[in-house]
Ligand binder design. Structure first.
Ligand code: NAD
Length: 513
């Protein structure tokens, strides 16, 4: 008798398949054209390539007791501190200038740094990093999306994030499509010079694939305005008309073509959505309370703006730890602790002396009005959604709530500002930056924020009307084209708006053959 193979385990959906659930739901609801659906189901292009860079010599700490014992008699070396760049893992990148006036005592490549301990010299070597650019769709305009430097990225993740950009640019009603890319690297494990070399090499490889009217990167997790400056330099280097190419990246420093208001734009956009949520209930955020995950660009700016509107921050979690203060946390003071304190190398809220340190899971159990996830994806799972004691989840991060989390929130009657409108402020101001670059103009922050407020609030109102099935034409928005004859949740409503706007391009322009 032949024994049967055990039944195969049901295949878990990939994160891309999971993220596309809402796409399929909305596509079914509106009867999306079959061919348009096929165009949007998978990205236009998935680029994977490799970037090499030369890593410098490092001094890595000796930790094994036997080794420490072996070199216990080694006397101190004195190296110019300026030539040693500290890294997060406790090692130092060694620069030649460290040797100027040095007193060196080395045995078997081991040195004792005065006051620091024993270190092994690890010679510099080339290293290879995996890099990506996924271009999801360009029906509405050039591909647009951030560059992420993080150790946990994958093709599947970039597909999710690139598709999200397609929906977000449509919802923000800016003339772009969707893309995302980056490098599988922990940027904190590299020296500033290595990070520069890696960034320049990444753009060297990326250059044939992008351009100001083709694909426009921006900052995301692990990258910032200085990285955008390097990408710009490498892209335009040696080009005769390089000034006309400034719009190849957004999120630049305001002194080299960046827009006023861009740094704060994502947090600002989220705050406008939250204001609108309160306005809809005839009130304002003043006197409300919130908890926050992520104190980076989005989280810290959203927190600062909300606290300026009179809302109280009760607890924050980031990659280093979680803090809680029932009386409220002074946001500018916390920003100074995280960002203006050279000793706080991890730029974390952990250890903030004016709050209690609590566990990560405790964050979500804090009673408040608003919970703001503004870190990474997949954080509000079913069990986390069960714990939440808030009235509103306002998504600053991309994809922070899992489909199961969504179902639990819906069941518990917790309302939702979905990411594709909640964090669309960044790409909206990126569009303003791109126009300013095209026109060689520089707008004031008041002008930028005025336009942003109008754009975010009007698109938010359209989504809310779709969700409640209340088609309206007012002085500020017109949802009559988009309502579908029945009520749907806010995330589905946002996707309905995106798909209807994208489908119009295929319907009215047709398909290129
Ligand atoms: P950032 O790198 O400035 O900050 C990330 C924050 O998340 C940090 O405080 C970090 O400590 C925290 N974090 C990282 N891993 C964590 C973990 N496992 N648990 C808890 N906290 C963790 O990034 P950012 O630009 O603020 O982006 C945050 C999110 O917002 C991302 O999902 C990003 O895709 C999204 N987003 C950013 C922008 C933008 O303009 N920066 C625009 C749209 C969406």
């Amino acid at each position: 008798m032949t024994s049967r193979p055990p039944p195969a385990e049901p295949k878990r959906p990939t994160i891309y398949q999971e993220a596309m659930e809402v796409f399929h739901r909305a596509a079914d609801l509106i009867g999306l054209d079959r061919r348009v659906r096929m165009e949007l189901e998978e990205p236009d292009y998935e680029h994977i390539f490799y970037v090499t860079v030369k890593l410098h010599t490092r001094l890595t700490p000796l930790t094994q007791a036997a080794e420490v014992q072996k070199y216990s008699d080694l006397s101190d070396s004195e190296l110019l501190p300026d030539g040693l760049e500290p890294l997060l893992d406790g090692s130092f990148v060694f620069k030649r200038r460290a040797l100027i006036g040095a007193k060196l005592q080395m045995r078997d490549g081991v040195v004792r740094l005065k006051g620091k301990g024993l270190y092994k010299v690890v010679p510099g070597r080339p290293e290879r990093f995996k890099a990506y650019r996924v271009q999801h769709n360009q029906a509405r305009g050039p591909y647009k999306g951030g560059i992420r430097y993080h150790q946990d990225v994958s093709l599947d993740l970039f597909k999710v994030l690139a598709a999200e950009m397609t929906w977000k640019t449509a919802i923000a009603d800016v003339p772009f499509g969707g893309a995302k890319g980056g490098i599988k690297v922990d940027p904190r494990s590299l020296s500033s010079e290595e990070l520069e070399a890696l960034t320049l090499r990444y753009m060297y490889r990326l250059k044939p694939l992008i351009g100001p009217t083709l694909d426009i990167p921006a900052p995301d997790v692990g990258t910032d305005a200085s990285i955008m400056g390097l990408l710009l330099r490498q892209f335009t280097d040696g080009e005769r008309e390089r000034h006309a190419l400034r719009g190849v990246v957004t999120g630049k420093d305001t002194r080299i073509g960046g827009s006023e208001g861009r740094v704060k734009a994502t947090g600002q956009g989220l705050a406008y959505c939250i204001q609108e949520w309160f306005a809809d209930r005839g009130t304002t955020p003043a006197g409300s309370t919130f908890v926050l995950q992520g104190f980076g660009n989005v989280g810290s700016n959203a927190a600062e703006i909300l606290s300026g509107l009179g809302s109280k921050l009760l607890a924050v979690n980031d990659s280093g730890g979680t803090i809680y203060s029932p009386g409220g946390i002074d946001v500018p003071d916390l920003i100074a602790y995280v960002y203006d304190n050279p000793a706080n190398m991890r730029r974390t809220v952990a250890g903030y002396p004016k709050a209690q340190q609590i566990g990560k899971t405790d964050l979500w159990g804090v009673e408040c009005d608003i919970a703001i996830p503004a870190a990474l994806g997949g954080e509000i799972t079913g069990p986390v959604a069960e714990r939440l004691k808030c009235k509103l989840v306002a998504e600053g991060a991309n994809g922070p709530t899992t489909p199961e989390g969504d179902r639990v929130l819906e069941k518990r009657g917790i309302e939702m500002i979905p990411d594709i409108i909640g964090n669309a402020g960044g790409v909206t101001v990126s569009y303003y930056e791109w126009i300013q670059n095209k026109r060689m103009e520089h707008w004031s922050e008041t002008e930028v924020n005025g336009r942003l407020e109008q754009a975010i609030k009007s698109n938010y109102r359209i989504i809310r009307d779709i969700s409640r099935n209340t088609p309206r034409r007012t002085a500020t928005h017109n949802s009559t084209r988009y309502c579908i004859g029945k009520e749907v949740d806010m995330r589905t409503a946002a996707m309905v708006l995106a798909l209807k706007r994208i489908e119009a391009h295929y319907q009215l322009e047709g398909f290129s053959q």
